[in-house]
Design a protein around this ligand. Structure first.
Ligand code: HEC
Length: 120
């Protein structure tokens, strides 16, 4: 084997080691684990911030309950829930009524729940 062949073989050896797909062992998290779900994310937010009034039956003048998946989904689609929780602190109609505005990350979670398609 002359020197030229040696370099060609060495080059091919390096090339094949580079194309060895070692990344195939890395587990890429499925989109599913990032999806916001009613059962694991949304219900607890509503429970601790809204059910003191929006319980079943509603109290303190609240017009509807928010105790089930359908209640909360319906309030987003037909009762402006996202608008209400997005209003600034102290603005008329901000929810939770007379309380403290939810942290922005929590509001974003509820918005993402809608854009994710209301997964239960
Ligand atoms: C202290 C009681 C109280 C709490 C807590 C509360 N609400 Fe309300 N909510 C009311 C009252 C009273 C109304 C009716 C007056 C109004 O529309 O502003 C209302 C109205 C609403 C409406 C509008 C309904 C419609 O058809 O016009 C939405 C949506 C809503 N609340 C969502 C929420 C959400 C979401 C939370 C929790 C983050 C929450 N509320 C927490 C008392 C409360």
């Amino acid at each position: 084997m002359n020197i030229k062949h040696f370099f060609i073989i060495a080059f091919l050896a390096i090339l094949s080691s580079c194309t060895n797909d070692s990344t195939s062992d890395i587990t890429i998290p499925t989109n599913d684990s990032l999806t916001i779900k009613y059962s694991t994310d949304i219900a607890s937010i509503i429970n601790s911030n809204c059910l003191s009034c929006h319980t079943s039956p509603p109290t303190n003048g609240a017009p509807m309950q928010l105790t089930t998946y359908d209640d909360v989904k319906n309030a987003i689609l037909n009762r402006g829930l996202i608008d209400r929780i997005s209003r600034t602190q102290g603005a008329v109609g901000m929810m939770p009524n007379g309380g403290t505005r939810l942290p922005q990350a929590t509001i974003d979670k509820i918005i993402k729940w809608q854009t994710d398609g209301f997964v239960n």
